[in-house]
Design a protein around this ligand. Sequence first.
Ligand code: MN
Ligand code: MN
Length: 498
Amino acid sequence: MNRKNAWTTYSATQLKTVEKFADDYKVFLDNSKTEREAIDTIVNEIEAAGYRELNTLIGGKTKLKKGDKVYSVWMNKSIAMFQIGSDPLEDGMNILGAHIDSPRLDVKQNPLYEDGGFAYLDTHYYGGIKKYQYVAMPLAIHGVVVKKDGTTVQLNVGEDEDDPVFFVSDLLIHLAQDQMEKKASKVIEGEALDLIVGNRPFVIDNKPEKAEKESAKLSAGEKYAIAAEKEEKAESGKVSGAVRRGILAILNDLYGFEEDDFISAELEIVPAGKARDAGFDRSMILGYGHDDRVCAYPSMKAILDVKAVKRTACCILVDKEEIGSVGATGMRSKFFENAVAELMNLTKEGYNDLALRRCLANSCMLSSDVNAGFDPSYASCFEKKNASFLGQGLVFSKFTGSRGKSGSNDANAEFIAEIRKAYDKDGIIYQTAELGKVDVGGGGTIAYILALYGMNVIDAGVAVLNMHAPWEAISKADLYEAYRGYISFLKNIDFKNQ
Ligand code: MN
Ligand code: MN
């Protein structure tokens, strides 16, 4: 079968558009390192484009009509966007779906301790990572701390040039004789992924008693740390380290939270720094979290840019894919179905259960997630005819899963033919691929969950090199073809099962 390299198809004007789209995407990546940050960035952009929050319309007199744009956010981590088409909802929607969570280290609920003169935050990794990739590199902390009074403190430390960064230590090679003999999965154990956050003991005038008397000079955080020390001494007879106490004082001064507030925090540790062009030819982008923001971003852009659709256009960007789409904000949650029910209720046809089921069953979906791009250094893990290549456009995977396609959504041939027809008409550069060769591994996406409604779903997405590593690589051309392909899908697909 013929494969086309997207770069060879662009005019000079198109090349400029590809570059501009990539630049905007890099800004999106930098502003969206957690699912909450992604939702904030997306909501800002879509509200500016005229999207209204679905919840604000519930109970009102507004009836949604053709061309109206609404969205629904769930727990600040997942979003469904809709642009009403001219066809009745019951006839189905064209849906773009992707996920906005990425592998990382999460801070535990009781994280702060001191050992060997270092203050640490204990972590639990999230999603599939090679643990050895997270050591000896600059890391940033992003997230929220929600206090008992309901106020939320936002944290984002390690991204500005003047910010401090954090790190997980690794052993000097000269001392690593035993470590180097270990299997890669054991070289760095999960419990060894603790973040170094400080090394300087908390000292006030070298005489805490005197300092206490001069308490007017102390900051709120210092007072809090001294009080915490006293309390500890009274309860257990001993005190934990002074470095740890220093960190508590700083956290209290900077963010106004106390140690117990870690209990209701969501702090994520991610690679520090911005996404950057890669290669002398600047054809690629090296960045954190391409999986799956490289599909989420063009999906959002496509629904923003597509006009006057026949079938209602929908874009769902969800959390928790990396841990199996579980939880209230994962794709297995009912939040999406509920949002469609509310949407239907706001149209002139109104809601009923049968209409909702028909709407979902008649829908077509591109479940977009990244594909493992062919890597010549690891060629033996791929079957070249059925692998994706960077630069060769949007990747379709008829199935994912592992072994005998276990756990996959095997897309229907009739549906795929419909997409081919649309893409050839619009000149979209696309390729087909499996995730690695047969029996070498595998992976799942959100496709099979939407397929439960009986709708047509196919996995689509962008090829990624070093997927799930702290810094992943994609081709700018593939990002652009994904965007073009998503628009073509929303505009052209008008397909129902017989
Ligand atoms: Mn993914
Ligand atoms: Mn993934």
